[in-house]
Design a protein around this ligand. Structure first.
Ligand SMILES: N[C@@H](CCC(=O)N[C@@H](CS)C(=O)NCC(=O)O)C(=O)O
Length: 239
């Protein structure tokens, strides 16, 4: 099977994380979303990645549909066979995927005020999921579930942002942070992205035009915007 992908897309990462968690081989083809190839436009009804091309050449789109299909047809299912639990898990997964673009836009915030406003939206989701976390490694116990896979892109990206800029989307949520550590320690996050993911991700989200990029520069001991007159606001972004 083949996944058509864009290197830093969280919706793609949810699909590849599921395949990595199940230990299933797959091919991946990266496209440039600013120059979508015609063959891709012919296959993808909404012109978005991911799409999955099965071994029988069937084409699936929308990451929700793709992960549900994959969970059913390859490897050991991660979904519960109890219909109520399965529906509940779907709902907790949607809470994550509805916030992928919220996190992307928070990461691209040009200034501290915008970053705070956008982070607040993301925090609402972390505040809801934290109540679901118990003492076990993962959300449903000691085995990975579809909910863990749906939240993995958010938690992986939060860890990279914290590492480079010191800004922690999870600061107020120690339980979520513990879950993040457990998920990262599986190695699935790194396996689910291309080798140059961190480079591409930081080049885009920690560009100098972003507040987080300015924080990353300050953390490195560099002037946040490279000008001698540079002043910083409360967060450390260029004022
Ligand atoms: N609802 C879609 C969202 C996928 C999505 O937003 N993909 C982005 C990349 S992360 C994309 O292809 N954007 C190109 C576009 O919208 O033209 C899914 O879950 O698969």
């Amino acid at each position: 099977m083949k996944i058509v992908s864009f290197k830093i897309c969280p919706f793609v990462q949810r699909v590849t994380a599921l395949l990595e968690a199940k230990g299933i081989d797959y091919d991946i083809e990266y496209i440039d979303l600013s120059h979508k190839p015609q063959w891709f436009l012919d296959l993808s009804p909404n012109a978005q990645v991911p799409i999955l091309i099965t071994d029988d050449d069937d084409v699936l789109f929308e990451s929700d549909a793709i992960v549900e299909f994959l969970d059913e047809v390859v490897g050991t299912p991660l979904s519960s066979d109890n219909a109520v639990k399965k529906a509940q898990d779907r709902a907790w997964s949607y809470l994550a995927t509805k916030h992928y673009l919220v996190q992307c836009s928070a990461q691209r915030s040009p200034d501290a005020k915008t970053l705070e406003e956008r982070s607040k939206k993301l925090s609402k989701a972390f505040g809801k999921i934290k109540v679901q976390l118990g003492e076990s490694r993962y959300i449903n116990g000691d085995d990975l579930s579809m909910v863990d896979i749906a939240w993995l892109p958010l938690l992986h990206r939060a860890a990279i942002i914290e590492q480079y800029s010191g800004y922690d989307f999870l600061e107020e949520f120690p339980k979520v942070k513990q879950w993040q550590q457990h998920l990262l320690s599986t190695g699935i996050a790194e396996k689910s992205v291309p080798e140059d993911f961190e480079e591409r991700f930081t080049a885009f989200y920690l560009a100098e035009s972003t507040c987080l990029g300015q924080l990353a520069k300050s953390k490195n001991g560099e002037a946040c915007c490279g000008t001698a007159e540079c002043t910083v606001d409360d967060l450390g972004c260029c004022a």
